[in-house]
Design a protein. Sequence first.
Length: 105
Amino acid sequence: MAAMLTNSALQGIREYVKRRILYARYKIGSTYYKVPLNSVTVKSDGTVEVSFMIELESDSGTVTEIQLWDTEQQLWLSKSESLAMSDVSEGFLYVVRVKIEEVTS
């Protein structure tokens, strides 16, 4: 079956997602930490890439969940993780990639 959506339609959906994602949260223990996004970009392959920093506020901890929230305070993505962090100076850039494409059958 041929694709129904045009490239313009798919790009419009990607740009919509790019505009709607507002911030990220990550969970260490029972506490969620809200962080701003470093960037939200649409890559040439149609992937929407969202990046943000995860940094410790205490001695150590394990990140057990990642979330992305939209401009209306709605949860858009929740992902279980197990990222052990052992030093307060430790931090890293976390990247979420979402591929938006039409699938026909």
